[in-house]
Design a protein around this ligand. Structure first.
Ligand SMILES: [Zn+2]
Length: 427
């Protein structure tokens, strides 16, 4: 390195700060520092215990201002602790690049001191958070009164949002509530200031919708969630996250069953046009036998696996248990929830009241399931299972952390718009 170059010095400090065992070697003084270099190589050399023949050894890293050839000419003349060649590196680690840091093993070291709980609450679409002073700042009467230290919001409700760090995205996400110059986005999260007087922040809740709305606003567009997008959000929320999608999307058998149940009362014409088309009425419920068949086909493994899947479908309110009973007045079969089963019931078809068939109570085969909530939306919950499965795949296999948003439209000021099935951002 050139000891007079501020960039070389700053980079050297950064390598030390990330925890590397590194020593400076000023190029101009190098010829006088041969002993120092040889001692460094000797101390860094460490053979792994046998039977391994590998070893740990010192290497040379060329500062950006210096010539690799000159460094090599100097280094090859040094006495080495073994016969293996020296490692020379002229490519400095990319501390300044998010992905480069991990590629080049230059992740920063985080020093932690204490953890504190603070007050935070969600107000509609906003997040109100009280800043917390570090103890050195709270005890120091000369510290700045409003901006004494930085607080970083790393995650909200256990989810770490991925927020694009462009300046105007941060501006849109955090500036709306008037604290414009006091919040910004860093690698660690959303940064707010805290001081003895002042430190409360009001920002938009950093969820997928608000983050991508901020991205849209930063390029002068408006983001609107489509009705399919809202259904997909509800499906994912009902399951408690995309990680649990396998409860419904484990196989086509369960998905097809659910979709048939979601087409309540729809008549579909079958057969070719010349013959008399047959009409098929989809029932809004499935008898227990049919549900068990679909769930067992989706889980061909041991007994526990299909039972676990059925339990999950009931627990997450995808399927609701009830009973299929025939109306004594009109003769139609209808589904009745557990709550509605009583001595006298009202038939949803003919609206007449009929008595529970107490003289010939229904057998086990008459128990029936219905799909409820967002799962009762037709066309595979408006494509939600496909979108949510894609998000799950990306989260599991490609992005470690991500922020996502299902089906939406972006509208430009001149009213031109584009539509996307989903968007996901990763770090
Ligand atoms: Zn009836």
């Amino acid at each position: 390195m050139d000891e007079r170059s501020s960039l070389d010095l700053i980079e050297f400090w950064n390598y030390r700060a990330i925890g590397w065992d590194i020593l400076p070697l000023p190029a101009r003084l190098a010829p006088e520092m041969v002993d120092y270099c040889e001692m460094f190589l000797k101390q860094a050399y460490q053979a792994f215990p046998p039977p391994s023949n590998a070893f740990h050894s010192g290497s040379f890293l060329c500062a950006k201002s210096q010539s690799r050839d000159e460094m090599q000419a100097f280094a090859v003349k040094l006495k080495r602790p073994n016969d293996h060649p020296l490692t020379l590196d002229d490519r400095v680690p990319r501390i300044w690049e998010e992905w480069g840091r991990s590629e080049d093993h230059a992740e920063p070291q985080t020093v932690e001191h204490a953890t504190k709980s603070i007050n935070a609450h969600v107000l509609g679409n906003g997040l109100h958070i009280s800043g917390e002073l570090h103890e050195f700042a709270s005890q120091e009467r000369f510290s700045a009164q409003t901006i004494a230290c930085a607080n970083v919001i790393e995650s909200v409700s256990d989810e770490t949002p991925i927020i694009p760090r462009q300046k105007n995205v941060a501006a849109s996400l955090t500036h709306d509530f008037g604290d414009g110059d006091k919040t910004w986005i860093s690698r660690e999260g959303i940064v707010i200031f805290a001081g003895q007087f002042g430190g409360d922040a009001h920002i938009r809740l950093p969820n997928g919708f608000n983050i991508f709305t901020a991205v849209a606003e930063s390029v002068g567009r408006k983001l609107v969630l489509s009705s399919a997008g809202k259904t997909c959000e509800q499906v994912i929320a009902a399951l408690g996250g995309v990680d649990r999608l396998a409860v419904v999307a484990r196989s086509e058998h369960v998905l097809k069953l659910m979709d048939n149940l979601a087409r309540e009362g729809v008549e579909i014409e079958e057969g070719d046009e010349e013959e008399q088309p047959r009409k098929r009425l989809f029932k809004s419920y499935a008898l227990i036998g049919k549900v068990l068949e679909a769930v067992k086909r989706a889980n061909p493994g041991p007994l526990e696996s299909w039972q676990g899947n059925l339990n999950a479908l009931v627990r997450f309110n995808v399927l609701k248990i009830g009973m299929a009973l025939r109306c004594a007045k009109c003769g139609n079969m209808s589904w009745f929830s557990l709550k509605s089963i009583r001595d006298k019931m009202r038939c949803p078809r003919c609206m007449a009241r009929f008595k529970f068939p107490a003289n010939s109570p229904p057998d086990k085969e008459s128990w029936a399931y219905k799909v409820v909530g967002p799962f009762a939306v037709g066309n595979f919950a408006q494509g939600s299972y496909c979108v949510a499965s894609s998000l799950h795949f990306l989260k599991k296999n490609i992005c470690r952390k991500s922020t996502w948003l299902p089906s939406f439209e972006m509208v430009a000021p001149d009213k031109t718009k584009f539509e996307a099935d989903f968007v996901t951002g990763d770090n």
